[in-house]
Design a protein. Sequence first.
Lengths: 136, 136, 136, 136
Amino acid sequence: MIYTHKVHYYETDKMGITHHSNYIRWMEEARVAYLDSIDLSYAKLEESGIISPVTSIECNYKKTSTFDDVISIKVYVTEFKGVKLKLKYEMTNEDGEVCVIATSMHCFLNAEGSLINIRKEYPDIYDILSNEVERQ
Amino acid sequence: MIYTHKVHYYETDKMGITHHSNYIRWMEEARVAYLDSIDLSYAKLEESGIISPVTSIECNYKKTSTFDDVISIKVYVTEFKGVKLKLKYEMTNEDGEVCVIATSMHCFLNAEGSLINIRKEYPDIYDILSNEVERQ
Amino acid sequence: MIYTHKVHYYETDKMGITHHSNYIRWMEEARVAYLDSIDLSYAKLEESGIISPVTSIECNYKKTSTFDDVISIKVYVTEFKGVKLKLKYEMTNEDGEVCVIATSMHCFLNAEGSLINIRKEYPDIYDILSNEVERQ
Amino acid sequence: MIYTHKVHYYETDKMGITHHSNYIRWMEEARVAYLDSIDLSYAKLEESGIISPVTSIECNYKKTSTFDDVISIKVYVTEFKGVKLKLKYEMTNEDGEVCVIATSMHCFLNAEGSLINIRKEYPDIYDILSNEVERQ
């Protein structure tokens, strides 16, 4: 999926560029839209009693962006066997230049905060995410 | 009470100054510290089953600030009769110049989200806040 | 103009609702889109050597919003005679309920930071903004 | 150096915890305070015509935090030979539990945006940062 984000004025800093922390937020925006697109919305997950926190982030800054730039974010699953979910994000500017390459890792918790194995406990969700890995 | 906030790099924008939205956040920082100082912490209010949302904000920007500036925020109660709470904030820089004058208005809700009259339902809290008005 | 903003997860707070400071940022988003729509983009203003800082904000919170809500922001000019610009913002949720009513006031500065009178110094810009007041 | 940050209400999200993007901002806060403490403030670097952007971030989330928690951030240099600077951050809560382990990588640019070798062009700054690596 390609998600787009237009850089807001309040996302720039006194260097005149997008503050690096905002890309972490755009990863979340792209992830939410992506999960919606495969019918696994945050709302649906929460209704199923699942929360999926971020356990790690890696973010490589290749090129700066600034106010009014339109950033395209390609987001996809790179790893999933039922316990950990890894997503990759490729952000490019309007000239097709790569600005940021990033990954996020997630686990799945039930309402009590215990780690769950999606393959065992939610086979439907497991199938959706597994298919996404194969599509790459 | 005087609360101080040192401006963070990520709070600046491409004009080279503190983005105006951050002063609204510092008002909250100052308010939290102030309520702590009069023994009415957010935690204590929430334990009593009270939440106190912001119902309105007014913020007048007099002078800009930027990265590394230390802003002193004087915060105090200007109005309280039991239902609405009004706080005022005076923000000055290290040279004593006024940067921002602001007010926030708050109400009080119980766990069901209904408006409550603090004077009737929480006389202890009423006394603390009333005393604060008189101290001005 | 109607600008829409879908509430991001990172814009919510532990009360489960949109943190009130974010509406101030959405006002800027709506203002940027609105000025673009009348051919007065920030970029164009800056090329003309004009910056237009916020001098005051008023924001009345009527109804909360939360993650994934789509907020429609109607933005328009309410006052402009050449020196001060006043904009109004009406934010409604998907059910047409009013969430926030707000205003922002702006002045115009040249590159040296001195206040300018748009009517005298930039008659073209003056005409555009004056027409906007009359359209209301 | 140990930098402390008290979690603000606006830094929490609807999960009731600190939103993960804020730790990236606290890394910057800790870095600024650390560079100040070794007499290499951002202001001093900028006066020397040097900017030092973030080129990558890694952040591992071990334990959540929330409003009012006091987070201690130990920050130190782990790599520096003149071109790239690597910093490490260990964030612990009031019980001494590790919340976040993170690293940031930085380069150095001159006013024209060209990569510079600090060892060759700024031997004084090179000495300060090299000493910091050895102190570990």
